[in-house]
Every structure is written in structure tokens, then in C-alpha cells.
Design a protein. Structure first.
Length: 183
């Protein structure tokens, strides 16, 4: 899997062969970052990559100028691969790699982020609780985005802070923010 743009453009990110890891496809990633390019300034941003998997979303943000990325991944083997990718890009000083449950992290952290990527397993119980938890705990900074990749069977259009959604077959990407943005 390759980084699309920025400082680390074309650099390869390692992935783990596993039925539990479903990396965000290049097409979906390209669209997410194209949409953010007109709405979000990556410079000095602090990013959270929940259910990080390969970490491609967080690494893509670092490549585009984010200052720091926190990766939350529960699987030890996947986290080891994430650590190797951070070392290969020489961004260890810009990353925090945590092996923990995403819900536990969200409930306990006192940090806030400019950009939160969330690509959980589609069959995750309580998936709909993620956005609620992010906003109740005020984990997203003003003008920040919470981006949730999910199956098309779920809709978040009625949720507070929902901004817009993009569809890619059975994959939906919902964008949430503190204030509505122009599309």
C-alpha cells in the first residue's frame, strides 16, 4: 500500500495479512484527502487513527504536514507492523503507537485532536457509539473532522455534528465536524 501525496508520496506502508484488517482502499483514501484538502489545514495538525490497522490514514496525514499522529490498535502483530512502518518513514518522533481497545482509549484520553480517522470492523458492536463518544468527550478540536468509515447499512445523517457522507459501493464514509462546512 502506497502513500498518495505529500512528503512521503509513493512510499510503501506495510500491511498485515489478516481477516481482521481491512485497509482503506486507495480510491476511498484519495477521495477523503481530496475532500479534506479544501476544508482542512494539515499543517501542525494532531491526528488520531482509531482501529489503525496498517496506519495508512495517519501516515497519509503526516505526509501532508500533520505534526503528530496517535495510532490506536488492539492487535499486537498489527501494532508491530505499524511500528516498522513508522521507523521506515523515520516518523517515530511524530507518532504515538498504542496497543489498546479504541473505546477504552476514547473514554480515558484527555487529549484532543484536529482530525480523527476511524475505520472499525464493520461488524463491531456499538459502532454507532463512536461518534457520540468523540463529541461527548470533546476529543475533536474546533474546526476538526471526525471521519468514520462504515458499511452502507448504517446511516449517521441524523446524528449531531454530521456534515456529509460519501458512498463507495457498500462502503460509506461519514464526515462529522463542530460546524457544517461548504461542500
Amino acid at each position: 500500500m502506497r502513500i498518495i501525496a505529500g512528503k512521503y508520496k509513493s512510499r510503501v506502508i506495510q500491511t498485515v495479512s489478516s481477516h481482521t484488517v481491512r485497509p482503506t482502499t486507495g480510491r476511498v483514501r484519495q477521495t477523503i484527502f481530496d475532500l479534506l484538502a479544501h476544508r482542512f489545514d494539515f499543517e501542525a495538525a494532531h491526528v488520531l487513527d482509531l482501529f489503525a490497522g496498517s496506519g495508512i490514514l495517519g501516515f497519509e496525514a503526516l505526509s501532508r504536514g500533520a505534526e503528530h499522529a496517535t495510532f490506536v490498535e488492539q492487535d499486537a502483530k498489527t501494532l508491530k507492523t505499524l511500528t516498522a512502518s513508522a521507523a521506515a518513514l523515520s516518523v517515530e518522533h511524530q507518532t504515538n503507537l498504542l496497543r489498546t481497545d479504541a473505546f477504552r482509549f476514547l473514554q480515558k484520553t484527555t487529549d484532543s485532536f484536529d482530525l480523527i480517522f476511524c475505520d472499525p470492523p464493520y461488524r463491531l458492536e456499538k459502532l454507532e457509539q463512536l461518534a457520540k463518544l468523540v463529541f461527548e468527550k470533546r476529543l475533536l478540536k474546533e474546526h476538526g473532522f471526525f471521519i468514520l468509515e462504515h458499511h452502507s447499512s448504517l446511516s449517521f445523517a441524523q446524528e449531531p455534528y454530521f456534515d456529509f457522507e460519501k458512498t463507495f459501493g457498500t462502503t460509506h464514509v461519514s464526515f462529522f465536524c463542530w460546524g457544517k462546512t461548504e461542500q
